[in-house]
Design a protein around this ligand. Sequence first.
Ligand code: 8YV
Length: 322
Amino acid sequence: MSSKPVVLVTRKLPDAVEERLKRDYQPMLNADDRLYSDDEIVDMAASSDAILPCHTEKFTAELIARLPDNVKVIANFSVGVDHCDLVAAKEKGIIVTNTPDVLSDATAEIAIMLMLTAARRASEGDQMVRAREWRDWSPAFMVGSQITGKRFGVIGMGRVGQVTAKRARCFDMDIHYYNRSRLGPDLEAGATYHETVEDLLPHCDVLSIHCPATPETTGLLNAARLALLPDGAIVVNTARGGVVDDEALVGALKSGKLWAAGLDVFNGEPEDIHPGYRELGNVFLLPHIGSATAETRDAMGFRALDNLDSIFAGREPGDRVA
Ligand code: 8YV
């Protein structure tokens, strides 16, 4: 019987996922959950048939070129694949997969939470109570912006965008969206399609970003586009920081053009995010936890393993992206 494939697992994964890995593969686990350097990845890859990474490991063209030929697969534990140079992987004959679908509900929960926290001044309120600065109450105290019945705009109506729009409908919100292609009537579910981002923006009391980070979407939400939003709009980002021009967003939050923003993802995360965000009261900030629920983490791991199982059984994986 041939020996089980060796899988380099770059981060600590949920127990149930690691159990399945131990049952079906020879995993190289990262019990301490330490961030590996490129050199360490290359060293450990010398004896690996596959790598199971997270978005924390950047598979640049340079790193991919350094991987030994025995590495046949990069089975990501993530839906986003902007941390992988897919062209370089394809050229080297490495199969790349991701984990779509399974994190849509969890990410939609965070997007709705960010919308509400931004609208209702949760950062300021929480800070005030913790700092013992809450001294009074009046009808004018901590007045927020109500979202019920307002317009909810989505850039990128893929799986996460669709679930988030569905949840927003519970607040009687009117859904508008931009997507590279228009959805069929079933998936659109009454939402209004706009052919360009510029057409969409004037219709967004809340704008929620759900498109992938690609060269085309880098800096998409820039000063010119922010100016097209209605005054007092709210921006929510659970996709990738790269879609936003930080200087422009900070400027719009400072000037009062925007009411607030709720952000889970950042350029330069985790440590090197735009300093303006930390100083503003009208932003609610989270540390990239869109998919961080126990249920979803298990499902992401199992989905990555389903892809590996298919590949090592000689079948096409369900979620191949390169
Ligand atoms: C994950 C994400 O936590 O899957 C993605 O693309 O952004 C996150 O929800 C992370 O990427 C896991 O590697």
